[in-house]
Design a protein around this ligand. Structure first.
Ligand code: HEM
Length: 243
């Protein structure tokens, strides 16, 4: 059966439960792991309430700054996963063992989840007590008092991601070609987000965070190269068939 038709005709709500379950397990697993590590760090005498207060930094004036950093990192990781998942889906890597309906829904869901974390990332910047950003600084690129260039790149990447995500919902109104061209913008958005995170982020000074950015970038470049080669081969094949 033609996979492109499968994609265009798939019911929007299909396998939503699977997607919600997998994402819930992903986010839940990360939270349980973080709480476990913190409990170990605090020692076995710590009460659950102490672990939760420490985990959420409820007693700190910097709580919103921690929220912005944590949600930024979650937003980045989900965006990265969505980007490489998109390359893998487009390269038909999962086709032998996963349903296309699931892989497309999961891709769409990862983008939405990433956007959710990024919205929290931006809202927390407004709520920050020590160096808050104004609404104008959060919405308009390059006017922020804090690292204006790299913050501006993050804002532009965010708008690009919103545009790309919106096309999931209006794809029946636009041609497949327009859908694809807009989707290609997410490659620019990914690299924008990467440099934004690296150069605007406080945590970029940490070695494990640098390894995380380095590792995720290498995986992305691998998938991008694989996808580009396949695309080029497909185009060459089509040109030969036509001539
Ligand atoms: C797709 C969109 C975005 C993603 C994935 C993203 C992700 C990140 C990440 C991972 C960091 C580094 C966190 C750290 O190391 O502390 C960061 C920092 C930052 N982001 Fe974003 N961001 C996005 C959009 C935005 C937007 C729209 C703004 C609005 C102003 C923004 C403002 C900032 C600021 C000010 C910092 C520095 C926070 C700090 O460490 O003090 N970002 N972002």
């Amino acid at each position: 059966m033609n996979t492109r038709n499968n994609f265009e005709n798939r019911p929007a709500t299909n396998s939503l439960t699977d997607v919600v379950l997998v994402t819930g397990a992903l986010v839940g697993g990360i939270c349980v792991m973080a709480l476990g590590l913190l409990a170990l760090q605090l020692g076995f005498g710590a009460t659950p309430s102490q672990v939760v207060r420490e985990f959420l930094a409820l007693d700190s004036i910097h709580i919103w700054w921690y929220v912005t950093r944590a949600s930024g990192l979650m937003g980045y990781l989900l965006f990265w996963l969505s980007t490489i998942w998109g390359f893998a889906v487009s390269s038909k890597i999962f086709d032998p063992f996963l349903e296309r309906v699931f892989t497309y829904d999961f891709h769409e869901h990862l983008s939405l989840l990433s956007l959710g974390f990024v919205v929290l990332h931006a809202l927390a910047l407004l709520a920050e007590k020590v160096e808050p950003l104004s609404l104008v600084e959060v919405l308009i690129p390059f006017v922020s008092a804090y690292r204006p260039f790299w913050t501006g790149i993050g804002i532009i990447a965010f708008y690009l991601t919103v545009l790309v995500t919106v096309t999931f919902y209006i794809r029946s109104w636009i041609s497949m070609k327009v859908f694809r061209v807009i989707h290609y913008l997410s490659i620019a958005a990914y690299f924008g987000v990467l440099f934004h995170s690296l150069y605007a982020g406080t945590d970029s000074a940490l070695t494990w965070v640098q390894w995380m950015y380095g590792g995720t970038t290498l995986v992305t470049v691998f998938f991008l190269a694989y996808w580009s080669i396949l695309l080029w081969l497909r185009k060459t094949e089509n040109a030969v068939t036509r001539s």
